[in-house]
Design a protein around this ligand. Sequence first.
Ligand SMILES: [Ca+2]
Ligand SMILES: [Ca+2]
Ligand SMILES: [Ca+2]
Ligand SMILES: [Ca+2]
Length: 473
Amino acid sequence: MKKFFSYLVVAAVAISVGLLPGSSKAGDFTAPLVPTFANEIFGTGSAATIVPSGEILSAVYRMAAAPGDGAAFMIEFTLNQGATWGTALTELNLVFNDVDTSGSSVTISRSLGCGVDDSTAKFRVDVTIAITTGDTFTLTYGIDDADPLATAGAAINLAITLRDGLGDVDSAENVDIVNSADGTTETLAASVEPGTCYIDVATANTNFGGTSTDVDSAEVILGSITLANGTAVEDHGLTPWALNAGDALATVILTVTGDFSASLGVDMDGDAATADGLYLDLFTNRAYDAGEEATTLTATTAIWDLGPVATAIAASGATINVHMVVDGITEIMEQTPSATLTVDWTDVTYADESAIGDFRELAKNGTTRNVYNIPGSAGSDQAYIRIYNTSSVAGTVRGTLYDETGLLGTAVLVSDMPAGTTQVFSAANLETLFGTWDGRARMMVDAEIPSMEVMALIRNATGTLTNMSPMAP
Ligand SMILES: [Ca+2]
Ligand SMILES: [Ca+2]
Ligand SMILES: [Ca+2]
Ligand SMILES: [Ca+2]
């Protein structure tokens, strides 16, 4: 300790030449390589030392001051944002370079910190032959506990101070040494092509209609997905991060939920074993190609296991559309399908991720009303269904009748119903169109007109009139 103190006195004298006491010069602190890690690496439980000591990371301090022969000072490094060295540092991790070959030489000894779990490293520098301005100290180090990098765009910062007994030798400096970015980005989007797209009530809701380029009578583009690799690197900081390359192996699943009952009967490839009603247009040709169908398709869910093709999707960065094809027979239900694209990294400490979003809303054109509790003509209660075209345009009105056992049929109730007019149907009228039914029926009324009201009135045997409409007239 005594010897050290005397060094500090000498150092103070030496360094004070050309310096005001206590002042400092601005050195130049740089990190030659600042890797941008994929933020996915920093998931819960991530224990990887992302760069082992000395592998690629270094920081260089270029002296502005020129401590003379016999001077001594401390160089202290501090990792910010909670990061640690990961691998213990020794005096060999700090190297002096006599850049101008003036003969400058120093002895470096490790002082404090430097442990695997430390964020600081303190070195003592004893100057044997005077340092000259521009000479450098280079620290090589590893980095661990870089949890903040889980947030894309975050950085870890390394600070340096050079201090002797009188204060700073050079001014404190700091530099970002690593940062993070999204390694792979997943997106989902609803189809937004301009123009209309609807379930066409003129087809008894079995086909689509509209002016959008994304709609055809039997097919509509619901939305799209993308997978894109950024420019981040994997741990160790050298290998580019790319989905399904290196450590970035993943299971990729697209799940779309909706009502796909009108798509279950579709067979695009002539193979009944494959359900082709929903397909992901991997070839981006707006047409079905073998292998593009959902891996599994039910009335409510379409699932694609994209493991085998995710690499190519991510490499291309292409926007891939999800198509829904209908059989033209089954009623298409109004809905807004939703989608989830999940990426499950093989390394359990990588942060799994997913994108969730709604696809295109599928709604009918025109107006739909429902009436309930319709008795057949054989009973004593007499039903009257009154349909009001409350709009200023003419249009065809269709009915879909369900009895207690399910769908009875669909029929045109009024062809080209004039604006502002009313039509009345008795149970007998409906039986002519749909056939007879047992018990009480319900009817969905679809009209190619912008506004319509439907009332269901029942006159019982005593002449009392009851409004069975679901809403007040
Ligand atoms: Ca020198
Ligand atoms: Ca990501
Ligand atoms: Ca098929
Ligand atoms: Ca295709």
